[in-house]
Design a protein around this ligand. Sequence first.
Ligand code: NPW
Ligand code: K
Length: 513
Amino acid sequence: MRVYTCDEMRQIEQRADAGGLSYRQMMENAGWRATAILLHWWRQSHPAQPVMRVAIFCGKGGNGGDGLVMARHLSAAGMAVVVVLCQGQPVPAHSAANLQLLRGRSIPIYQLGEAAVDQLAAEADVLIDAVYGTGFHGEMDDRGRQAAALMNSAPGTVWAVDVPSGVAGDSGHIDPGAVQANFTVALHSYKPAHLVYPAAGHSGQLVLADIGIPASCDPVQPAFHVTDAQQVFTALPPRQQDTHKGDFGKLLAVVSSGDMPGAGQICTAGALRVGTGLVRVAIPRPLVAQYAPHLPEAVYLPLPQSEDGSAAPGAAPVLEKALADSTACVVGCGMGTGQGPAQLLQYLLQHAACPLLLDADALGILSQSPDWLNGVKAPLVLTPHPGEMARLLGISTGQLVANKLQYGRQFIEKYPVTLVLKGAHTLVFSPGCPVVINPTGNPGMSKAGSGDLLSGIIGGLLAQGLSPYLAAVCGVWLHGAAGDRCAARLSQTAMLPTDMQKDLSDLFLAHHR
Ligand SMILES: NC(=O)C1=CN([C@@H]2O[C@H](COP(=O)(O)OP(=O)(O)OC[C@H]3O[C@@H](n4cnc5c(N)ncnc54)[C@H](OP(=O)(O)O)[C@@H]3O)[C@@H](O)[C@H]2O)[C@@H](O)CC1
Ligand SMILES: [K+]
């Protein structure tokens, strides 16, 4: 799946133009393809109504030019089209030329603000948002907001061309007046805002339109990447005939306290289910009897327990031998945030040579002392949800969610870690690598225990020798894909993270692993 930034799109278009596909022709292709997609949808969904009433809101740039091309083709197809110029006359020559082509045809052209426009918007079956596309920057102006408000409040279906107006294509920043589309036709490639939430929610259903740009014009090293199954199953270590458990890594899981035994169990199961050779579980001693019947394959490292049910202060040295013998370590799931767990985390940060994954309570502890990340020798993977990430940064969750890409990038610049920012379409940031947008998963996974399973999966892949970046990218994909299978089997409402273990197995079977 192609995802290119607005800047990358400009360069792609430049290369295409230099290669002989003119800007004018690209605009023609964009408007023509968007028209074909819209007409196909209309005829399928409204078979008894041959004439669609369409109001096309055009800005002054290239996006508006696409809208003007659509007006010509829709009118030629017999649809009742009106054009509303929202920012006056088009500026680019190819947009202006397309306005010129409308003159003399029976297509009414209005300026935004004319009395008839409100009524026409209210009566339209379809409203086309061609106000701003990849050229949008800053805040919407009054006319942009006025046009967006008309489209958003109209009863018809809103189709956005390329990007819903008011949504910044790269950062995903959402203007308060932004268009809420039912459908968005993305031109040539998806843009980050189509896939990164909450901006993605403004696009509605996405349709990708080929506008004739050859793949040779695409960037060699794009800033974003969307994971696919082939990438995941190529990266997973093969299981040769002549192997033993030592070939598949040793994971140390420092997890669970008295009131959260399940978190560590789910994490451990996740690690085992992705093929880890050996999982050692460091938990407060009284929990071992609870764990063992469910996870007989694990090896246990009992820790002294404090009164609050978590590991007691002074327990850290118990980890020494196991840590030295591990190929990865997961810390946090349900382990508590008291003095004992804090000492365990600090010990691991100071002594681990193997990759270390920090989740849940480990992130809670870290948010009190983020400087603990300085000078850590072990490669680190952090797997916060937005609340945990916001606490790490000392900002509100709302601030974080509105600017996930910006904060994620800034964080890995400050601390060279692999950051898995969880949520719908989880993001993976890692120094020197494209930002990965994970396409798998569903709202049925928003349940306690889901993150613990993910930590186990990524931890298990780390233990088997995948780089932090690949372990994170493959781990979130597998977790989401198992969740999608589980939802199909049990429903998003009823599915549980523990159910997803079966779907992980089915997923591996389906890919002959
Ligand atoms: N390039 C190509 O060959 C092809 C491009 N195609 C299409 O063109 C789109 C890109 O076209 P674009 O670059 O002209 O930008 P677009 O999104 O129309 O800009 C909106 C206009 O609004 C303005 N504006 C921006 N922010 C504003 C604000 N806050 N408040 C007020 N005004 C603001 C901005 O003017 P500015 O302020 O920058 O001078 C600009 O004039 C792309 O998404 C695709 O649909 C396709 O046809 C395929 C070929
Ligand atoms: K638009």
